[in-house]
Design a protein around this ligand. Structure first.
Ligand SMILES: [Ca+2]
Length: 699
């Protein structure tokens, strides 16, 4: 597994506090992430990790085939180099504190029979004219990946590789011996000269569109903007004032800059369930004229009280970390951190969209490789590829939400769909697997799950959809997909956007902190007029949905799961939902001309949430007789409102069965360093809800 898990696992341990500073909540150990099976080549080490929580200092003891391993007493364990005799061994770990001890599920080590004859090596100091042996390595991954045949492996040595790899089918590309390998989509920017004040300029050809990013080391810098601020989610918004309309923003705080030609980003309207962008066409004191996409008012629309910022103009470049790119003169302007000469820093611009392009490829495995400022693509003809142990940061970036060329459903909200399907890790085709990977920082999706029969398992996906459209932690298109054991958190809008509804298994995931830059949505959101078949959301944790700042539309749904506008036939059971701002589960039957919804079944979930807003709500289902809300363990009554016919709402109370299959041995979410989160509170005897979270839920 991954070298970076070691420090992250230690950090995760420090973060597990359960009840903050209170001392009344003493928790026995529990395992929030089980060790997973590992496959390594002969002669390589393997790494096993566990995520656990509990009060005080946790003790660990790893076991091989049930026998304690001397010295293996941390949250993760790296084996000695493996031989074929190790294949089939079972590894588990006992976790203990003063209140108890328990042993994890076993994980199996498989040692694959790769022999030196079908290995080739790549190293930054190699040459593509070499033979590819370990002492005469190639220099580029691309060269290795196109000269070896099916069944061969490219072993990549430590270093940074600036390329887009389009490999042969059937090969494996892996970090040799868990060395730190980065495939980087950025190139250095050099040749800086002082332009004015502390702003330097350099000649560089970046992209002519809205996808440019500038980095210093691993930190993303900020495209010049007003008001100043560089947090992708806790945005420093300006507030549009009285007089603002669909063609103007009025704000006496606007600095006296000629904003003509700048871009504007808005989170504004009566129900702003998406953000919008536009261009500034004229500028005067306290006012700008803007050109925004038509058709979204009043829901998503420039209005007084709406949030906005202006960006993409040199006149806005006035603080450290800000940059501006002029595509006409191919010049980058930059005020570096500390106002230093950028020549003294590692300044880089994004130049490549993909680290790996597996379009049309079959049977490629990419393992234990980090990617930066780029992502991995597949297409409709990609099949049976495996992405394992990928650590990806800044996968996709864009800043504008243009009108889409087509509007198939005629809703006029095509700005919501910008880059929903072609950003993040793009898993298209069939039979592909993304597992044991961490994906962070995407303006669009974290994973765009476009094809059929693909699997997304045991991944950590966070800081996604900072553009605030319908891109999601996981965008679910195509059918027959499996989404299990993922932790998905801190998302501009929904954690999971359900766009295809046949035979989807969404289970054992931990979704939280969705809807940070949006309204009227949920951790899991299905819309509109979707008729599901064989699709089940079960054994998930769905919690802590909230908009980061209040405003118009803030009283609408910010739910755990939300079946919206005429969608039908979803099965939602054995989930635990809590601390979602408005409704833990919500069926909104019909609206906006959509047909009636029917046959949604929400049963045997546990909702340990005392807030009156934490109820399960069923509204506007015009024929509700086939809708069932039953056996849910809830602290507040189910809301049955505006349903002209009776819904089947039975046995929901603090003494109902609830999620009977969620117990202390149930693993939820991913299971490596960084995956731990606070668990749900618990119902207590008598039906009250504890004020303390517990790491796993037990009735
Ligand atoms: Ca600025």
């Amino acid at each position: 597994m991954r070298q970076w898990l070691l420090p992250l696992a230690l950090v995760a341990l420090l973060q597990i506090t359960g009840c903050g500073v209170t001392i009344s909540c003493l928790l026995a150990p529990s395992i929030t992430g089980q060790p997973t099976n590992q496959v390594v080549a002969v002669g390589q080490p393997a790494m096993f990790a566990v995520a656990a929580s509990g009060s005080g200092t946790l003790g660990y003891q790893w076991l091989k085939n049930g026998v304690a391993i001397s010295g293996a007493t941390a949250a993760s364990y790296v084996t000695p180099v493996t031989s074929s005799q190790d294949s089939g061994s079972s590894f588990s770990v006992t976790v203990s504190n003063s209140l108890g001890r328990l042993t994890s599920s076993p994980a199996t080590l498989t040692v694959s029979g790769s022999q030196p004859g079908n290995l080739r090596f790549v190293a930054p100091n190699g040459s593509d004219a070499n033979t590819g042996s370990i002492s005469q390595p190639f220099q580029t991954i691309q060269h290795c990946a196109t000269v070896v045949a099916e069944g061969w492996t490219c072993e990549v040595r430590a270093g940074t590789y600036r390329e887009t790899v389009t490999p042969n089918s059937g090969i494996t590309i892996a970090a040799y011996n868990l060395e730190a390998v980065v495939v980087d989509g950025t190139d250095p920017i050099t040749g800086w000269t002082l332009d004015h004040d502390s702003v330097y300029r350099a000649s560089a050809t970046l992209n002519p569109d809205d996808t440019n990013q500038i980095f210093v080391g691993s930190e993303m810098m900020t495209e010049a903007r007003w008001p100043n601020g560089d947090d992708l989610f806790h945005v420093n918004w300006a507030l549009a004032k009285s007089g603002t309309d669909s063609g103007h923003i009025v704000d006496s705080k606007l600095p006296s800059v000629n904003w003509t030609g700048a871009k504007v980003h808005l989170w504004s309207g009566t129900d702003p369930f998406g953000n919008e962008t536009g261009t500034v066409t004229a500028s005067s004191a306290g006012q700008i004229a803007i050109n925004i996409q038509a058709g979204t008012c009043p829901s998503i629309c420039p209005v007084a009280g709406g949030y906005y910022y202006i960006f993409g103009i040199l006149g806005a470049l006035d603080v450290e970390r800000e940059w501006f790119y002029d595509p006409t003169s191919t010049t980058v302007y930059f005020m570096a951190p500390g106002k230093v000469d950028p020549s003294t820093l590692d300044v880089r611009g994004k130049r490549r969209e993909y680290a790996f392009d597996l379009s049309g490829r079959t049977g490629v495995t990419i393992r234990n490789i980090a990617i930066f400022g780029s992502t991995i693509a597949t297409d409709q003809s990609s099949s049976n590829n495996v992405l394992d142990g990928i650590s990806a940061q800044y996968v996709s970036h864009f800043t504008t939400l243009p009108t889409a060329p087509s509007d198939p459903d005629g809703s006029g909200f095509t700005i919501l769909q910008v880059h929903v399907h072609d950003t993040g890790i793009i898993l298209n085709g069939t039979g592909n697997i993304l597992e044991n990977s961490a994906i962070a920082y995407s303006a669009g999706a974290g994973v765009a799950l476009e094809g059929n029969g693909n699997t997304v398992r045991n991944n950590l996906i966070y800081d996604i959809d900072y553009i605030g459209d319908y891109a999601s932690g996981i965008d679910l298109d195509g059918d027959d997909n499996t989404i299990q054991y993922n932790t998905v958190h801190d998302i501009g809008r929904q954690g999971l956007y359900v766009n295809a509804v046949a035979n989807q298994d969404v289970s054992y995931n931990n979704f939280f902190n969705a809807m940070m830059l949006s309204r009227d949505g949920a951790e899991i959101y299905a819309c509109c007029n979707q008729a599901a078949s064989g699709t089940r959301f079960h054994h998930n944790w769905l919690h802590d949905t909230q908009s980061l700042v209040s405003g118009p539309g803030d009283n609408l749904s910010l739910a755990g799961v939300y079946i919206d506008n005429g969608s039908s036939n979803f099965n939602i059971d054995q989930n635990v939902l809590w601390k979602n701002q408005a409704f833990n589960a919500f069926i909104n039957g019909a609206g906006n001309g959509f047909p009636n919804s029917y046959s949604n079944d929400i049963h045997n979930n546990t909702v340990p949430d005392k807030s009156s807003n934490g109820r399960i709500r069923v509204s506007y289902v015009f024929n509700c007789t086939a809708t069932q809300i039953s056996d849910n363990r809830v602290a507040v009554p189910v809301e049955d409102s505006n349903n002209p016919s009776a819904c089947v709402i039975t046995n929901n109370s603090s003494n109902a069965p609830g999620a009977t299959e969620m117990s202390t041995s149930t693993g939820v979410g991913c299971n490596f360093g960084g995956c731990s989160s606070e668990g749900p509170p618990a119902f207590q005897s008598g039906g009250s809800v504890s004020s303390c979270p517990v790491s796993v839920f037990a009735k």
